[in-house]
Design a protein. Structure first.
Length: 113
């Protein structure tokens, strides 16, 4: 190894370890008047850290899939795509749209082609 490479490696090592050494826990007593809580058991910790997020995830999955399955839709991956829908538009598609209609005094686009 060359000398500049060794110096750089040492600098990076020192720059990474000094903040870690300086971040030692504070040596302080619990203030008077504060309660001394009981230890948290491993089972309680696992319920809060693992069980609750899994339960929330399952509730979200159920909230997404149950309405679709209640309507009789297939929710399996790889199914045929549903046709595009135009919410609030004409029921028979764009053929119902008026063409060449004059715009009145209410405004609207008045460009011509």
């Amino acid at each position: 190894m060359s000398a500049p490479l060794i110096r750089r490696a040492a600098l990076v090592t020192v720059a990474a370890t000094v903040p870690l050494l300086a971040a030692t826990p504070a040596v302080a007593d619990v203030p008077e008047g504060w309660s001394d809580p009981a230890e948290v058991g491993l089972l309680d910790l696992l319920i809060v850290v693992v069980g609750l997020p899994v339960l929330v995830g399952l509730l979200i999955v159920l909230a997404v899939y149950v309405p679709a399955m209640a309507r009789g839709e297939r929710v399996a991956p790889g199914e045929a795509e549903t046709p595009d829908q135009w919410f609030g538009g004409p029921r028979s598609g764009a053929s119902e749209l008026e063409s060449g209609r004059e715009v009145g005094s209410t405004g609207g686009a008045s460009g011509s082609w």
